[in-house]
Design a protein. Structure first.
Length: 263
């Protein structure tokens, strides 16, 4: 029943969104130069407002998958999804125009590489810490000998590195690798967005999410640079999808009723 309800909600959102847009030829050629819109997704063991998980058949499932489907429906082309282990690799694929569109957290480094439209979620980056660390507040993570990990190439690890003065985060390739390091005692703290750390906490016995954060940013739609019509379409579509409730319905369908859609 859960899978069915998610599909019906996503379909309703796609129909509403597609009815509101007339697609011009330049937007179509910039967003779907191969006849499909190639969309980057980032995988983690648990899906959320940004990460996707996997359905029993191996297909990606999550908010960004449904947002991508809805945008493709509005554009009038099929969606083709590429799944990456982290947002750094998704950013690089977008920069190289190996994909046509992505959703990812924003920071100054990424703005030099891709073109961002509006955000659909405002996130806070913080830390998950082991019970043995004795840490409860974000400021306590910044101490000598604290073994911090973060996902390579992400806004979160860059912000962690900027704000830590007595230790530095070690880059890892994926959320799954960071979880393994926390569980086997090779890491004391894991930097990630607060919403994404909640399911991770359940997988690391005795761990806790600290109070406070070290970064606040948006998860936004992004396209390769020098595609102005693509950016304009994605901007108009996401703005409308937030306004007409499409994004809210997708959040709710994935059990994220407590998460707020960005203004």
């Amino acid at each position: 029943m859960r899978i069915l309800s998610v599909g019906l909600v996503a379909m309703a959102g796609m129909m509403a969104a597609s009815a509101a847009f007339a697609v011009d030829g330049r937007a179509l050629s910039e967003l779907a130069p191969t006849g499909r819109i190639r969309i980057a997704l980032v995988e983690a063991p648990n899906s959320g407002v940004f990460f996707v998980g996997r359905a029993p058949d191996g297909a990606p499932k999550g908010v960004t998958r449904d947002l991508g489907d809805a945008l493709a429906k509005a554009l009038g082309v099929p969606a083709a999804f590429r799944i990456f282990p982290n947002s750094g690799e998704a950013t690089e694929a977008t920069r190289k125009a190996e994909v046509d569109l992505a959703f990812m957290p924003v920071d100054a480094t990424r703005r030099e590489l891709v073109a961002f439209g509006p955000g659909y979620y405002d996130l806070e980056s913080t830390y998950l810490v082991t019970g043995a660390s004795g840490v409860s507040d974000v400021k306590e993570v910044d101490r000598a000998g604290m073994r911090v990990v973060g996902i390579a190439g992400t806004t979160t690890i860059r912000a962690s590195a900027r704000t830590l003065t007595r230790t530095q985060p070690q880059p890892v390739a994926s959320v799954a690798e960071a979880i393994a390091m926390m569980k086997n005692g090779r890491a004391d703290a894991f930097a990630l967005s607060r919403d994404s750390l909640a399911p991770v906490r359940d997988q690391v016995p005795g761990s806790r999410i600290v109070s406070g954060g070290f970064q606040h940013t948006a998860v936004a739609v992004a396209v390769p640079k020098d595609r102005p019509a693509a950016l304009a379409f994605a901007t108009d579509w996401l703005t409308g999808a937030k306004r007409d409730g499409t994004v809210r319905r997708i959040f709710d369908a994935h059990g994220l009723a407590e998460e707020k859609v960005a203004d």
